[in-house]
Write a protein that binds this ligand. Structure first.
Ligand code: F6P
Length: 343
């Protein structure tokens, strides 16, 4: 078989572990293993497939980024991109494995509905893909947030300051909540459970009056400023539509400025940004990326197209692509409430 693999959307630590897992199995079984460069662009624009050997994928398990390159490539603007991908798959491959988040898997599902021999692999640092407990890159991001807070807490405590930490998380607060929980943040603001700036200021006052005297506030970049309220919130929120780089919208600075405006406490902001996506994956990400990658390869050889291996508890199971492409998975209330008990 000619088996192609691509990585689409934002990069995430663990992508190379998945590529390596798929490739070693495919090459061992005598198949041609073809890396498609730069996601869907490598099929919809100029064809960019290249055969990969065992040497190409040796020792990449701990390497960040993706050896294939990736892109946020819009197949619908201009129209016709999806059709070109469908034709390129028919021309060059017996099967394609698409590693990506919700946008990627919606395309995979569209292609599968039209007969393409395609299998997905769940990846998004935001961890909000429907139907799976795990997405490639999430564990590394959480570890980076936790380590960053470890470092910020010592300086916050020394200066009796409020430190606002802005994390990734476009529509959902998984990275903010789990990173904040692991790092010991005392307030975590996520898109799923809105708070107002009055509540944030009351929290800061309470922390100032407590024996701590400092505060670590984590806010996910996708939090709607309009729900926080206050100066300029409406105008800033209208920029928060999909496609806008949320980190440049500046919800972290917005929260910090609103606290600062009250006076009485020094406030600083740290925007973690792409540090959360860079560098080597954690062991957890390497292991699970390998497991879902290898499961995707097995789905291909068993002819289970239109599926995606997902993690449920401690197991990898095959789910229909339609199940994960349907929507996003919000942070559940019980986990949010657990985070809220450490204020
Ligand atoms: O979708 C994953 C993600 O990391 C989001 O959390 C973030 O908003 C976005 O990607 C950033 O994308 P880019 O690298 O294109 O700026």
């Amino acid at each position: 078989m000619r088996i192609g693999v691509l990585t689409a959307g934002g990069d995430a630590p663990g992508l190379n572990a998945a590529i390596r897992g798929i490739g070693h199995e495919a090459l061992r079984d005598g198949h041609a293993f073809i890396g498609i460069n730069n996601g869907w662009a490598g099929l919809a624009a100029e064809y960019a497939g290249r055969p990969l050997s065992a040497e190409d994928i040796n020792y990449i398990v701990g390497q960040g980024g993706t050896i294939l390159g990736t892109a946020r490539y819009d197949l619908d603007n201009p129209a016709g991109g999806r059709q070109r991908v469908l034709e390129a798959i028919g021309e060059h491959f017996d099967a394609v494995i698409a590693i990506g988040g919700d946008g990627t898997q919606r395309i995979s599902n569209w292609l599968a509905d039209r007969g393409a021999p395609i299998v997905g692999v769940p990846k998004t640092l935001d961890n909000d893909l429907m139907g799976t407990d795990y997405c490639i890159g999430f564990d590394t991001a959480v570890s980076i947030v936790a380590e960053s807070i470890d470092r910020l807490i010592t300086t916050a405590a020394s200066h009796h300051r409020v430190m606002v930490v802005e994390t990734m998380g476009r529509s959902n607060g998984w990275v903010a909540a789990m990173g904040g929980l692991a790092g010991g943040a005392d307030l975590i603001i996520v898109p799923e459970f809105p708070v107002t700036m009055d509540e944030v200021r009351a929290h800061v006052k309470h922390r100032r009056a407590s024996h701590y005297g400092f505060s670590i506030i984590v806010v996910a970049e996708g939090v709607d400023m309009a729900t926080l309220g206050g100066h300029e919130a409406e105008a800033l929120s209208t920029e928060g539509v999909r496609g806008v780089r949320l980190a440049t919208r500046g919800v972290g600075n917005f929260v910090a400025n609103a606290i600062d405006a009250e006076g009485g406490v020094e406030v600083r902001t740290t925007v973690l940004g792409h540090l959360q996506r860079g560098g080597s994956p954690t062991a957890y990400d390497r292991i699970w990326a390998t497991r879902v990658g290898v499961a995707a390869y097995r789905a291909v050889v068993d002819g289970h197209y239109g599926t995606i291996p997902v993690v449920r508890g401690n197991e990898v199971v095959l789910a229909p692509l339609g199940d994960v492409a349907l929507g996003q998975r919000p942070l559940p209330r019980d986990l949010y409430e657990l985070c809220s008990t450490f204020s």
